[in-house]
Design a protein around this ligand. Structure first.
Ligand code: NAD
Length: 250
């Protein structure tokens, strides 16, 4: 497909960018002509598989093992990026996310903390260094991948829902802070998307979720990527501080 979003040559950082929705976003950005830095936590095989599927763009794809919940490591990542990106970073997609589901009464404090650390604090850390980078050049696009759980809540997903609601609060505050520098900040909220994140759900649970979707199917990672790219376009300059739902009508 020929590029549609006027972002060729821009530098993008995508967290969780080697698998699932993140891999689809990285691939779509590469197709648009971006230079993509895809961050993943520990799944080297996933990174290798993205490199293979995007071999046609290998000179513009860089993969980095980085725990976004580790603030010091995030700071080092941005410092190391600076000399290799002389024109700065234009796009950050905070997509890395985990679920550790349990009802509140049985949830382990460590599980609660890890979900908040990765989904929310990781988005804060990556956004903090991204805006410092983008402010110098007075341009940027930040997109956070949140979830309908943020406002609906789902049984057993208190930590996940709280982290995603927190991400939306972070997005709205940050949007006000950086508006003068022409950096837009938005969320994309996917509904049920068929990725490994949902692989551990029981078939009965999946069937129950499907009943909630008016379009009567789960979405694809590519359909989420399309929404992200639209928000990353220079033409989306007036879409700011909002959440775009990609849910099939939930
Ligand atoms: P996935 O499990 O397939 O991919 C998650 C990615 O995040 C992986 O690449 C993993 O390496 C990375 N990651 C996890 N912890 C990390 C860390 N500490 N540091 C860096 N990277 C880390 O999940 P997915 O379905 O592709 O989900 C992507 C995003 O979309 C998540 O934020 C998720 O909450 C959100 N989301 C997914 C769905 C869905 O139905 N799949 C629905 C709504 C929102």
């Amino acid at each position: 497909m020929s590029p549609q979003f006027d972002i060729g040559g821009q530098v993008a950082v995508v967290t969780g960018g080697t698998r699932g929705i993140g891999a689809a976003i990285s691939s779509a950005l590469l197709e648009e002509g971006c230079i993509v830095h895809a961050v993943y936590q520990g799944n080297a095989a996933g990174a290798q598989s993205l490199r293979e599927s995007c071999a046609a763009h290998s000179e513009r794809l860089f993969t980095h093992a980085l725990d976004v919940a580790n603030h010091t490591a995030v700071e080092s990542f941005w410092s190391e990026l600076e000399p290799v990106t002389p024109n700065g970073v234009q796009i950050l997609v905070n997509n890395a996310g985990i679920r550790r589901d349990a009802i509140v009464g049985t949830m382990k404090p460590d599980d609660w903390q890890r979900v908040i650390d990765v989904n929310l604090t990781g988005s804060f850390a990556m956004s903090k260094f991204a805006v410092l980078n983008m402010m110098q050049r007075r341009y940027g696009r930040i997109v956070m991948i949140t979830s309908p759980a943020a406002h609906q809540g789902f049984q057993g997903q208190a930590a996940y829902a709280a982290s995603k609601a927190g991400q939306q609060g972070l997005m709205r505050s940050l949007a006000r802070e950086v508006a003068k520098r022409k950096i837009t900040v938005n969320c994309v909220s996917p509904g049920f998307i068929d990725t490994e994140l949902l692989a551990d759900l029981a078939p009965e649970q999946k069937a129950e979720y499907l009943k909630l979707v008016p379009l009567n199917r789960f979405g694809t990672a590519q359909e989420v990527a399309y929404a992200v790219l639209m928000l990353c376009s220079p033409r989306a300059a007036y879409i700011h501080g909002t959440t775009l739902e990609v849910t099939g009508g939930i």
